[in-house]
Design a protein around this ligand. Structure first.
Ligand code: NOJ
Length: 734
């Protein structure tokens, strides 16, 4: 046990903690803000003892642990820790702890305070899976910047976000935390999130360091069950799971978190190939890697480490720089160095990365968060506006038979367990969101449609005949039913796996009873995953997927139902016809047999709603697809491909053009189509706009070999958009 690992906030002095009388040199270079960061790092590193260095690589908690999945580890608070997961909202508490660190430790190295700010801090906006459906990375970046400002001004400098794990199994609850099934979507949205969180400068006082997680392959957890192994071929690793992390690194992400899962037998938190060879050596990542909660110690559970010391050695030598929560680096790194199992050079490199971020965050120069009243820093009208914009743009209209929507001047029966549930709209990982501050569907609809009558009808997983009767009566007296079904927050997110994508029987039964009344039904869904809707969908004239839209979710729904806002979201994840089809995603490789052979015998082959699906109140037609040159010889030069899009309907709406590429014949089977570009624009009725994909062959057409080498084969490619397609031929110049 390392000397200072046992020093806690309340404890007596130890070799690593000195009283304020023992002053450091006033002229220390590392304290001089005018000196470049790398020199400050070198200077400080040279002054540090081994114990002080190791403690920079340890992360503990501060404040009450509010994440019930963060279990079974120590929750101590050594003053010398490099960073804390801080569960508070109060900059005052954080400042008091920081002040002790600055004044009572020998070198006064400030701590970084971190938190899971996943989709908002106090103002909660749409979950990442829903954000992806907005196809609006600019808006996602603004939302992340807003969350960053709320968090930073409340004492947080580091968020464990974005999650860019490609996820193709909706049973996995954490599908809600990422940007869906497609590598390109995760790349674009993840990079936007990094830019939003980190802003122009980490020291700005309104930005936070981002953390790409969970590196890598966690989304492939077997059977969608959490914390399970992932069987991933090197080809799939390079083509599917790594690209979003690479994009996030390119966008400048300050940190990366290693995953819980194993990758074909080698745990992600002990994986030298992914953590060092790829992340550091090939991509040149110069931030640091933090383990996931307890994932170092879990190497023992995964049976690749014989004991805790072995686990610490494996993780650290593989490339995990900072140990989250389990304390094994504090307990064993010094011993491992003594035994020659860990090198001092590796320790110095890891510590230097941690110190670098602290300097970049401005913590040495401004260690304390200005203490302003909560109402000035969180839930401001501007922040609510961003949450509203995101809730509007991410809603996906899945069905609208006979233009049932919008509903003008109708008497609504508002029914369902989600109709008046602020916590449900905030969803999983809602940080410091407060249910009572969220505009529920009921509150907003009652304002917009004053004749609205509400009846809950059933619980999320329970039903009573009294509640059904009340709901049926409400439906009988209304013109239209708005039926709000969905998932409780804990049904998705971490440890939120479910065996089926269907909603519970209670909710399906309520829908059947209401549908039997014979009034038109608008089904409004709130969930953290794609749902199986094959029994519910026929009962509804309209289906609107709201995801977990956050603080302004109710307002967005009222605007969409009234027609004030035209829905423009498209699915970033496939909705299967049946859970049994999982995994089902658009980017699959081709079937060896044609003519429908090999499909399930008992159900349709097609999903209920495919990737990219989403309706509007207006209509768009695509025409005149054209390419600047039908063939190319230099893959570095862009090829311009354009299409005209016309709003042929009666209202203003936003349309997203999704551009896919296909390799007609290649040495290895590739996905039938791969998304490579998208663009969203607003069009007035009758307006035509040209959407352009500036395709760069060397960027957009290759696939990766199992060694991670990009290969661009000569031959024919096809570029498609909205059902139109155009060939593009590659003949190398020599
Ligand atoms: C475990 C989760 O997997 C991770 O995403 C999260 O950031 C940490 N706990 C910290 O709460």
């Amino acid at each position: 046990m390392l000397g200072c690992a046992g020093v806690f906030v309340a404890s007596a002095v130890s070799p690593c903690v000195v009283t304020a009388q023992v002053k450091t040199e006033p002229a220390a270079l590392y304290k001089d803000a005018a000196v470049p960061v790398d020199r400050r790092v070198d200077d400080l590193l040279a002054r540090m003892t081994l114990e002080e260095k190791i403690m920079q690589l340890c992360q503990y908690t501060a404040g009450g642990n509010t994440n019930e999945n963060n279990v079974e580890v120590k929750a101590d608070h050594p003053l010398t820790s490099g960073s804390y997961i801080y569960y508070g909202t109060d900059p005052g508490f954080r400042n008091r702890l920081q002040r002790r660190i600055m004044t009572e430790t020998r070198l006064g190295i400030p701590a970084i305070f971190a938190q899971d700010v996943i989709h908002g801090f106090r103002t909660i906006y749409q979950i990442p899976l829903g954000q992806a459906c907005s196809f609006n990375p600019g808006l996602a970046a603004r939302a992340c910047a807003m969350a960053a400002a709320e968090a930073r001004r409340s004492g947080i400098e580091w968020t464990f976000s974005p999650m860019v794990d490609v996820a193709r199994d909706g049973r996995w609850g954490r599908i809600s935390e990422g940007y869906g099934e497609d590598p390109y979507m995760n790349s674009v949205m993840g990079a936007a999130a990094v830019r939003g969180y980190q802003g122009e400068s980490l020291a700005s006082g309104v930005s936070v360091a981002a953390c790409l997680k969970h590196y890598v392959g966690y989304g492939a957890s077997e059977g969608g069950r959490d914390y399970r192994p992932a069987d991933i071929s090197d080809r799939a690793l390079w083509n599917t799971y790594l690209p979003p992390f690479h994009a996030g690194v390119e966008a400048g992400a300050a940190t990366v978190m290693s995953g819980f899962n194993d990758i074909s037998g080698v745990p992600a938190s002990a994986n030298y190939y992914t953590l060092t060879e790829i992340l550091r050596n090939r991509w040149g990542f110069d931030g640091f890697v933090v383990s996931d909660w307890d994932s170092v110690r879990q190497l023992v559970n995964q049976r690749v480490a014989s004991d805790d010391a072995d686990a610490a050695m494996l993780a650290f030598n593989a490339g995990v720089d900072v140990d989250m929560a389990d304390g094994l680096y504090a307990d064993y790194l010094a011993r491992l160095i003594g035994e020659g199992k860990v090198s001092m050079d590796r320790v110095d490199r890891a510590v230097a990365q941690v110190l670098k971020l602290k300097f970049e965050l401005g913590l040495f120069d401004n260690p304390y968060t200005p203490e302003v009243p909560a109402e000035e820093r969180v839930l401001t009208p501007d922040n609510r506006r961003i949450a509203l914009e995101m809730a509007r743009e991410s809603a996906v209209l899945l069905k609208n038979e006979g233009n049932l929507l919008p509903l003008a001047g109708k008497r609504i029966a508002l029914i369902g367990p989600m109709a008046d549930d602020g916590a449900g709209l905030n969803g999983n990982w809602s940080c410091h969101g407060v249910a009572a501050e969220t505009v529920t569907f009921r509150q907003a609809l009652t304002r917009t449609f004053p004749a609205t009558v509400y009846a809950r009808g059933c619980g999320f997983d329970s039903i009573s005949s009294a509640e059904i009767s009340e709901a049926v009566r409400a439906a009988q007296e209304a013109d239209v039913v708005v039926l709000c079904l969905g998932e409780m927050p804990k049904w998705s997110g971490e440890n939120g796996s479910r065996s089926t994508l269907s909603l519970p029987d209670a909710q399906e039964r309520l829908a059947a009873e209401i549908s039997a009344v014979g009034k038109p039904v608008v089904l409004v869904l709130t969930s953290g995953r794609p749902l199986e809707l094959r029994r519910l969908e026929p009962m509804a004239g309209a289906v609107l997927q709201m995801w977990q839209p956050g603080t302004e979710g109710g307002t967005a729904l009222a605007e969409i139902l009234s027609g004030e806002v035209c829905p423009s979201g498209k699915l970033a994840v496939t909705f299967p016809y049946s859970t049994g089809q999982v995994p089902i995603y658009y980017g699959a490789r081709p079937n060896a047999r044609t003519g429908g052979q090999g499909n399930y015998q008992d159900i349709q082959d097609a999903p209920l709603y495919p990737f990219g699906y989403g309706l509007s109140y207006t209509e768009f037609s695509y025409s005149n697809l054209r390419v600047s040159a039908p063939a190319f010889t230099d893959p570095a030069l862009p090829v311009e491909i354009s299409v005209d899009v016309t709003n042929t309907g009666r209202c203003t709406g936003k349309e997203t053009a999704l551009w896919f590429v296909s390799d007609e014949v290649s040495a290895v089977a590739r996905p039938v189509r791969e998304l490579r570009h998208f663009e969203k624009r607003e069009l007035q009725p009758g307006e035509t706009a040209t959407f352009t994909f500036s395709l760069i062959p060397s960027r957009d057409l290759p696939y990766y070999t199992p060694d991670g080498e990009p290969v661009l084969e000569p031959g024919r490619f096809t570029v498609s958009v909205a059902g139109l397609s155009i060939p593009l031929d590659y003949t190398p110049a020599h």
